[in-house]
Design a protein around this ligand. Structure first.
Ligand code: TA6
Length: 331
C-alpha cells in the first residue's frame, strides 16, 4: 500500500505515537561481520524491534519495528533502506521495477548511497558504497518514549577494491533509526588515514508519488542550481524562480546551499518532509520518458554534499543527518 492513502484519511502526522510503545530494551555493540541471518539475529537481533531476515535473492535485510506500527527495512548490501512504512502500512519509499538484489549491481530504489563520489567522475557513477556489503556494528532499542528508538548502525571501511578506486583509509558509519513514525538517517565519515581526503556524497532517496504530474518540491525557490538534464558532466547553472518544482520533462538538478527543510508533495495531500543537517545541497531527479514504465510513480529528492566537496583531515570526521516525516498538506 502506498503513501497515497495517508492524507486521504487525514491521518498524516509528524509526531511520535508515544503512548503505544512497548519496545524491548537492549543495546549491543559487536564489531563482527556476521555471515548469515541466523548469526545476525543471534548477535544483533532485538525481538520485536530489530530483526534480520532473508530479503530478495537471499540477501540479508535488517527490519526495524517501532511499537507505534512504523517499520523500515535495509539491505546490508549497499546499506540501502528499501522500505519505510507508516503505522497505517503505507509505504513512503519507491523501489524501481528493474531493481535487482543479487549484488550484480546497486539496488535501484529506496535510499541508495552515493559515496565517495556523487554522479559521474573519476570513479564509477555514484562511487562504491552502494555496491558493497556493509557490516552491522550496533543495534539498539529502548522502551522510554522520548529516548532511543529501534536503531541499527552499519559500517563500511576500505578494502583492496575501494583502495584501487579511492586511495584512502576511511570508516563510514551509517545509523538508521525510527523515531516513532519518522525515519532518521545519519552518515558519519571518519578519516582513518594519515592524509586528508575529499569526497562528494548523497542519499539518493526515491519517494513514491501518486503521479509525477501531481508531485511538487517546495523550499527551493531563489536557489542556484546545476541543471544536469542535457549533459550531467557539463551542467548548466540556473536560478530557480518557481515556488514549487514540478515535473514536465526529464529533471536532474542539484540545488546548491539548499535550506535544511525541503518537502515533496506526493499528490494526495501528503508530503514527505526532509529536515537535514550537514548535507548542504538537494538533488531533484525524475527520469521522465527515459524510464517509461516507472517515472510516473516516483521522484528522487536527495540530500547531497556536492557543490563543495567535504574535506576530512586524519582522525577527524564529517557528519550529516536527515529526518524524514510524513506531513499533511491537504489544507
Ligand atoms: O541523482 C540523479 C542522478 O545522478 C541522475 O543523473 C541519474 O543518473 C540518477 O542519479 C540515477 O543514477 P543511477 O546510476 O542509479 O542509474
Amino acid at each position: 500500500m502506498a503513501l497515497r492513502s495517508v492524507a486521504m484519511r487525514g491521518q498524516a502526522r509528524p509526531s511520535v505515537s508515544a503512548a503505544r510503545r512497548s519496545a524491548v530494551s537492549a543495546h549491543r555493540a559487536v564489531n563482527v561481520v556476521a555471515s548469515s541471518v541466523a548469526d545476525l539475529n543471534k548477535k544483533h537481533g532485538i525481538p520485536g524491534s530489530v530483526e534480520f531476515k532473508e530479503g530478495k535473492s537471499g540477501s540479508p535485510v535488517v527490519v526495524l519495528k517501532h511499537a507505534c506500527g512504523a517499520s523500515a527495512e535495509m539491505y546490508l548490501f549497499g546499506a540501502c533502506v528499501t522500505s519505510w512504512k507508516q503505522p497505517s502500512g503505507d509505504e513512503v519509499l519507491y523501489v524501481r521495477p528493474d531493481a535487482v538484489f543479487d549484488k550484480s549491481k546497486p539496488i535501484s530504489g529506496g535510499v541508495p548511497h552515493c559515496f565517495p563520489q556523487f554522479g559521474p567522475g573519476a570513479m564509477q557513477q555514484h562511487g562504491f558504497a552502494r555496491n558493497l556489503d556493509w557490516a552491522v556494528s550496533t543495534t539498539s532499542a529502548d522502551p522510554n518514549p522520548d529516548e532511543k528508538d529501534p536503531s541499527v548502525e552499519v559500517v563500511l571501511t576500505e578494502s583492496d577494491y575501494t583502495l584501487k578506486m579511492w586511495p584512502h583509509k576511511f570508516k563510514a558509519v551509517y545509523t538508521v533509526s525510527l523515531h516513532g513514525e519518522q525515519l532518521n538517517l545519519q552518515l558519519r565519515v571518519i578519516n582513518t588515514d594519515d592524509k586528508p581526503f575529499d569526497f562528494t556524497a548523497a542519499l539518493h532517496t526515491y519517494i513514491e508519488v501518486l503521479e509525477i504530474a501531481k508531485a511538487k518540491v517546495t523550499g527551493l525557490k531563489g536557489l542556484t542550481y546545476l541543471c544536469k538534464a542535457v549533459d550531467p558532466k557539463v551542467p548548466e547553472t540556473k536560478k530557480e524562480d518557481r515556488d514549487a518544482v514540478t515535473f514536465t520533462g526529464y529533471t536532474d538538478s542539484v540545488y546548491l546551499n539548499s535550506p535544511a527543510h525541503v518537502e515533496l508533495e506526493v499528490g494526495t495531500g501528503a508530503a514527505v518532509a526532509l529536515d537535514s543537517t550537514g548535507w548542504e545541497d538537494t538533488v531533484v531527479w525524475n527520469p521522465h520518458l527515459t524510464m517509461k514504465d516507472c517515472y510516473q510513480h516516483f521522484c528522487c529528492v536527495e540530500n547531497a554534499k556536492f557543490g563543495k566537496a567535504a574535506t576530512v583531515k586524519p582522525g577527524e570526521s564529517w557528519t550529516a543527518t536527515v529526518t524524514m516525516s510524513v506531513v499533511d498538506v491537504s489544507n
